[in-house]
Design a protein around this ligand. Structure first.
Ligand SMILES: Cc1ncc(COP(=O)(O)O)c(C=O)c1O
Length: 372
């Protein structure tokens, strides 16, 4: 089974630990254990008392009942039984694709987005058509292009909503049009929903709330700031959840007792976590906006209170070479756009701690001035 290298992951694996000003990541500033456990005002007292009593056996295979209940509450009509815990959203995407895609299947994938969503189906022998996003259209894909791509045998449409790297939300009305097209050919719609917009929640709809053959994947890694616990999930209808169970048994057993406990804690304190993160996202977005306005070589379709952005950088230099140079000379980490097959851009993770963002942008300005 051939598979392409994962552009962003390969970049981060090599460079991320060398950064002083990491403004490449897509997580909203990760929390320390101390910060996490301060959220309920108990500083870990109850949490650690309970943890100390836990046997470190496998725990709940599919995720604890509490975990499944908390996740089910994120959707309008989801039963806990149809939630399956996975090793991050990466594990959730992999499970969904591995379980449903067969050689010869036709898959349509939003492009570029999270590379798993097109390169795993390709590696499984599917014929994958790209549904391109367009910068001039606020990074939306064109619904007429989807109508042209869809076929009677289309098995699945894969989306990343909101999109990594652009931070664009496909709004409820647009998603409904995708669903209408998918319904005509009875295709699944798999949506990676790890980036929840923290403003105008009415614009966003989970695919689960729009379509019976919708599959949502998600995790606590981005919007909830705890990628270190490696907990994600799939949400689907009962029939699909049963298919997933079969394949899941071959690729993982559980996410671990500790991870499940912490995931439940974060989900139960979701409002407080989201309040922390909403403040950070909105303040940092303003910093990004002000910075872009002053930089003649930079333009951006602003993300919608989602923790990733994809500015265009106008420089007479290869973008990956520039990103390596700015890391070595200024300590600033970005993701070069060629890692998303869009070399005119960089992924700028503006939801780093505020001081890191401010200094990182200042140093990026210094590097850009060299081209004047
Ligand atoms: C769209 C998308 N899905 C999934 C992931 C990975 O998430 P997790 O840490 O939950 O595996 C990422 C990480 O960058 C992502 O951008």
């Amino acid at each position: 089974m051939e598979i392409a290298g994962f552009g962003v992951e390969e970049w981060l694996n090599v460079w991320e630990k060398k950064a002083t000003y990491d403004i490449a990541q897509s997580t909203i500033s990760s929390m320390t254990m101390q910060e996490i456990l301060a959220i309920d005002g108990q500083n870990g007292q109850t949490f650690y008392d309970s943890l100390n009593q836990q046997k470190m056996n496998y725990g709940w295979i599919e995720g604890s009942p509490e975990f499944k209940q908390e996740v089910a509450k994120l959707y309008q009509n989801m039963v806990p039984d149809n939630i399956l815990q996975t090793n991050g959203a990466t594990g959730a995407n992999h499970l969904a694709l591995y379980a449903l895609i067969e050689p010869g299947d036709h898959v349509i994938a939003e492009y570029p987005s999270y590379q798993q969503l097109y390169d795993i189906p390709k590696s499984l022998g599917a014929e994958v058509d790209y549904w391109h996003i367009h910068e001039e259209n606020d990074w939306y894909p064109d619904i007429d292009e989807l109508k042209k791509l869809v076929r009677p045998d289309t098995k699945m449409i894969c989306l990343n909503n909101a999109n990594n790297p652009t931070g664009t939300i496909l709004d409820r009305e647009f998603l409904q049009q995708v669903v209408d097209i998918a319904k005509q050919v009875d295709a699944y719609v798999l949506v990676d929903e790890v980036y929840l917009p923290l403003e105008h929640p009415e614009k966003f709809a989970s695919i689960i709330d729009l379509y019976d053959k919708g599959i949502a994947t998600n995790s606590l890694s981005k919007t909830y700031s705890v990628p270190g616990i490696r907990v994600g999930w799939t949400a689907s209808n009962a029939e699909v959840a049963d298919i997933f169970r079969k394949y899941r048994d071959y690729t993982m057993i559980c996410c671990g007792v500790f991870n499940d406990m912490l995931a439940v804690y974060v989900l139960k304190n979701r409002d407080k976590v989201l309040a922390r993160n909403r403040k950070l996202v909105l303040e940092n977005l303003q910093i990004l906006k002000d910075w872009v306005a002053k930089e003649p070589r930079v333009s951006v379709v602003l993300p919608e209170a989602v923790s990733t952005s994809f500015p265009k950088i106008d420089i007479p230099m290869d973008i990956e070479d520039f990103c390596i140079q700015i890391l070595k000379e200024q300590g600033v980490l970005l993701v070069p756009g060629n890692r998303f097959d869009m070399p005119g851009h960089v992924r700028l993770g503006y939801c780093a701690p505020k001081a890191t963002l401010v200094e990182g942008l200042k140093r990026l300005s210094t590097a850009l001035k060299a081209f004047d």
